[in-house]
Design a protein around this ligand. Structure first.
Ligand SMILES: [Zn+2]
Length: 132
């Protein structure tokens, strides 16, 4: 199932297509914002850009999906998804699939991960985080 990008999130997805994790950022106060918003969640400025981040992170929390309600994911079960805390800012996190060698046994809270980009047919690249 392909994501349905909003207009405001378009630069995020364009970044994925060139292998960059771009996170919305306020040019006035420097706050990173995810998911993208029309105004800065801290200072209210609409002067927003998308800045590349390192692409590393740590698993803040995760779950292993054994029964998916999404038809196109039912063949993929079991799989791991979770919230990835990014190091650039406190409380900056992104929801993602979690991949890696023996991921269902190896996935733990606080495990270090890094971003990869996978092609979704009919959509383009999506970020996934891989155990390091
Ligand atoms: Zn701001």
């Amino acid at each position: 199932m392909a994501p349905e990008p909003s207009e405001i999130a378009r630069p995020f997805w364009e970044g994925c297509n060139v292998g960059k994790l771009l996170i919305q950022r306020c040019r006035q106060c420097g706050t990173f914002i995810h998911h993208p918003e029309p105004e800065c969640v801290r200072c209210g400025s609409a002067d927003l850009i998308f800045d590349p981040v390192d692409g590393t992170g740590r698993i803040e929390t995760f779950t292993v999906v054994h029964r998916s309600f999404v038809p196109s994911y039912q063949d993929a079960t079991p799989y791991a998804v979770g919230w990835i805390a990014l190091p650039e800012q406190r409380n900056l996190r992104i929801f993602s699939a979690i991949h890696g060698k023996d991921v269902l046994d190896a996935v733990v809270i606080d495990a270090p991960v890094e971003v990869r980009f996978e092609q979704v047919e009919g959509f383009g690249a999506v970020p996934v985080f891989v155990l390091r």
